[in-house]
Design a protein around this ligand. Structure first.
Ligand code: HEC
Length: 202
């Protein structure tokens, strides 16, 4: 390729890249819209990204600006709802089931059936469980290690409700904020993490 041709090719490439702003790449993905078929409860509205999702959908390695990250975390924190009766712990046995259940919200799932939390997809929880993902940190011994101070209970509730309150572009589902789990289910999952009798703390 001649030097002139190379220069022409490179400047064309620069021009094309310049027209692709991060918003058009992340928020307005036409090929995705064209290939996605709405089915059951999985409607096309799922392709509409919130401001947070757009900001966190940049190319791999692209950092979110510090002021944007602060804004995302504050909005997430402001949206956290603590139980009106102040009861943050439910039944660990039920929480264990929720942590083990990976169904819910898929096009093939019945919306009338309660969703699972699918916690094992990303975390180790009860050490006796041999199959778990490692995208998130191990939560084995969670309550035993951290205790049950009010601050720790509130921190953990907030993490489960909307993890973006602490990590702007967290990969953890927004269980409360996105209405994946009900308040009662979150209480049960909390008990699974904190109860001394729970297999998580054995
Ligand atoms: C898709 C993966 C994913 C799933 C599913 C998931 N998490 Fe997480 N979780 C993470 C990641 C990643 C982190 C680390 C912090 C971050 O990046 O936001 C985390 C952090 C946490 C923390 C904070 C840990 C710490 O050291 O302070 C808790 C508690 C937690 N998750 C509980 C749960 C529970 C309970 C469930 C199920 C209801 C769950 N997670 C499901 C990915 C996930």
């Amino acid at each position: 390729m001649s030097a002139r041709c190379l220069v022409a090719t490179l400047s064309l490439l620069v021009l094309v890249l310049a027209t692709l702003s991060p918003t058009t790449m992340a928020g307005d993905n036409e090929s995705l819209t064209a290939s996605y078929r709405a089915k059951g409860q999985a409607g096309l509205d799922r392709l509409q990204q919130s401001e947070m999702q757009q900001a966190c959908s940049g190319p791999v390695g692209m950092e979110v600006a510090a002021d944007v990250a602060t804004k995302i975390q504050k909005a997430a924190m402001d949206g956290v709802v603590l139980p009106a009766d102040g009861k943050l712990l439910g039944q660990w046995e039920k929480g264990q089931k929720i942590a083990q259940t990976g169904t819910g919200m898929q096009s093939s799932d019945d919306p009338a059936t309660p969703n699972g939390g699918n916690c094992y997809a990303c975390h180790q929880l009860a050490p006796e469980e041999i199959s778990f993902g490692t995208l998130g940190p191990s939560l084995a011994g969670y309550g035993k290690i951290r205790g049950q101070s009010e601050a720790m209970l509130k921190y953990t509730w907030t993490r489960i409700w909307n993890s973006h309150a602490y990590s702007a572009c967290s990969h953890m589902p927004r269980f409360g904020d996105a209405k994946i789990l009900t308040e009662e289910q979150i209480r049960d999952v909390m008990a699974f993490l904190f109860d001394p009798a729970s297999p998580v703390n054995k």
